[in-house]
Structure formats: structure tokens, C-alpha cells
Design a protein around this ligand. Sequence first.
Ligand code: ZN
Length: 310
Amino acid sequence: MSLQLDQAPGRFERVELCPACAGSHLRPWRKGNFDVTRLDKDQIKITDSEYGKIWDLSVCADCGHIFADPSPKPEFIFSLYRQVEDPAYDAEAEGRAHNFRGILDNLDALVPERGRLFDVGAATGILLDLARGRGWTPDGIEASAWAVDFARRTRGLPLRQGYFEEARTEPASCRAVTMIDFIEHTPKPREAVARAYDLLAPGGVICLVTPDIHSLAARLAGKRWWHLRPGHLAYFSKRSLAALLAGAGFTIIRRKRYAWTFSAHYLLTRIGAFRPLVRGRRTALFFKRISIKLALGDSFEIYARKEPRT
Ligand SMILES: [Zn+2]
């Protein structure tokens, strides 16, 4: 189902330059398969399980980046994220914390001195809470008003509500910036990475996690790949992610594959056929206690440094 721009005036726009490398050689890649004019806040939440749904996608001939085109205008997509409520996200806090500890281990090793750590798209503050426990000063931003309230109330975190691309932040005030599963949700990744660069002190490090469209899992799963979903406006590859970071002035210093940890309960509830299994309260509790590490390696975990100016 292709979107005609006049169907939804003011909410979508054509993409003129590649959102990753700013190149101008763009061509259609794949037709979308859901009605983006009816996109709502529940389709874009983190735990949404409407896999296989894609926007009309274009590809950049210069860097291979794949992205929604037409793209939602920032003010439209931001207004949806502001309304997102996702209690299922924090119910998996333990599994998520397990993933985030690995990231903090890397940042501890790569950043010479701890200071302010800014988490972009901080959700309910699980990563910032852990970072604070390791001596970082937590800071961050999240669009969902519900998640910000949750993080403040339950974790006492000074999270800001808003959109990173428009937030007022102090230049060179942070030693680390994290963007965990954020960059694929924004229509303006170049602007977001440029802001992160501005926010970092020289020598500071950004950690970025995002799905890899060319991963083995993506190719095997094909049209059913779990990262093909309404909230994802872009699909990065090694090349386009490198172009994005280099364009902002970053030097990549470490590349890894990201392994997810979830409870068996979470995974089973994502797969329609297994849902009856986990309906009972007691069986649900049983499955919640089993944690499963998904070493699918279908996401990048990349660290890049803002080089001190010479
Ligand atoms: Zn490009």
C-alpha cells in the first residue's frame, strides 16, 4: 500500500537527501505493506509485536541506507511518541539490564574518565540507573511522557521529556552518549548524531545499537524479520552506519554484535502460536523466571569517539 502525500497533508514528506550520508542518489527499494495514514501510538511502542510491517522504503545508491520515503515529519512522529505508554517494557527490566551492563562495561573501558552519561531515548531509565550505580552522572531524554514519569517516580532519575533533535543541551558537557535502539526510530538520524557530537566533550564516546538489515537473521527471516515494524523508519548496514558517524565527525573505535536477553515469557508472548501457553498466571510466572539470551547478532553495537581537535 503506497502512500500518496495528499492523503495526509502535513504529516509526511518526501526525502530529498539520504538521512545517513546526505547523498542525493535515492531510488525506491520496497513497497510498504500497512496504512501509515492510520499509524497510532500503540504501533510504535518498543514491545509492539506487529512484525513484518514496513513503510514505503527507498535506498541510497551512495551508502546503501534503507529508509522510509515518504517519511513522517518530525512533529508528527514525535507527537505519537509523546503519547506512548508501554508497561510491558519495564516488566522486562532484568533482561534489559543484562544487555545494558555489557554496554556500560565497554564504556567504562573506552572512556578515560567518568562524567555525565546522556541516554537518548532513555525509556524507563534502566540504563541510566545502572550507569549511576557505576559512578556516572545520569542525564537523558525520552519522548514518552509516561516513561519519563515512570523513570522519575520509580528510579528518581532526572530524565527530560522531549525530542533530542530539539532539546536544549549544553555543548561538550558529556563524556558518553548512548543511543540504544533509537536511531532507527527518528526521521532525522544525521541531526541526532550531530547533536550527540556537540554534546560530547573531546575524547567522549557514543554507543549506538541498531538492527543490521544485512545480518544473517534478517536474510533468513526475510519478510518476517522481527525488526521490520511500523516504528522503524530506517534500516542501517555497516556501510551506512559508518557514513552516518563519519559525517558527524566520529571515529569508530569498536564494533560488536548485540545479543538480546529476554525472559521466555516475553518471547513466547511475541509469537502468536505460543500465547495460549503463557496465559495462566502461574505458567506466566514460570516462564518469566527463565531468561534466554538471543545471540542472533542481528544488531550492531558500535562505539565511536569524538576525537580531540589537534
Ligand atoms: Zn546514503
